[in-house]
Ligand binder design. Sequence first.
Ligand SMILES: [Fe+2]
Ligand SMILES: [Fe+2]
Length: 288
Amino acid sequence: MTLADVQRRVDSLPTLPEITTFVLSMLEDPASSAPDVTQVLVRDASLSSQILKLVNSAFYGLPQKVSDLTRAIALLGFGRIKTLVLSVSMLRLFRSLSGRRREEFSRFWMHSAVVAGLMRRMALRMEVKEPESAFVLGLVHDAGKLVFLGHFQEQHAAIVRLAEERRASFAAVEGSVFATTHAEVGAWMARGWGLPKELEEAIANHHGDRPWEAGKLAAALHFADHAAKMRGVACAGSCEEFRYDEAAWGAVGLPQEDYFEMMAAADSERALGEMVLRVSGAMDEGAL
Ligand SMILES: [Fe+2]
Ligand SMILES: [Fe+2]
């Protein structure tokens, strides 16, 4: 099964939701403001109500219930709202790709959400120009696995079984089942979604040789991926042993104290990821 076979099977890659494209385009436009976001959000009733539920969730611990989006943006800040909007809309898209395999999907989502959150935190400290791009990269870095899960369920299960038997990583064994990799498929998806070239390349190389040497974003991705796994937040089939990776942390270039902070931050990113999953899952089932 090559990349071309995968492309044939997934003849229409779902398009990015309009709101996601809009939020991404705002990243490049310093003139965009909170009311601009509100205007687009109100056109999508389900998305706005999920955002409000999240803003009012225990996670943020706001003293009063907020019922209006502009107020929510003022309280949480533009950056945080952008990442919430991206999370909720990408979660919907991911779910549609997953073939409704609940357990594997939850693990995929939690891993992606924690990597994304850590990426954003690191990007802010590394003074990367667009911390939200780093967040998006974290969210989509393993999206190729979803295509395997949704469209090639037997092969996906075979990879997970092999990884468990060999105590190896998904990436180390996927080559015995496919003639392509989740990194290659993910890069194709990123290209289809029109994500920046830098993101596409970081996805393509995230299991390559010394991926942290490919630039700051690639180094941050490698570290965040690793940190999430060390905290037990990994996709199905990640059965390798995780140890402190000195080379990767060195390439990130942040002080040593930040390492411990990032490790601790993984736990709060996990709590947020769970909240997003719960709120949007309940919305999907019409329970809210
Ligand atoms: Fe990966
Ligand atoms: Fe990963």
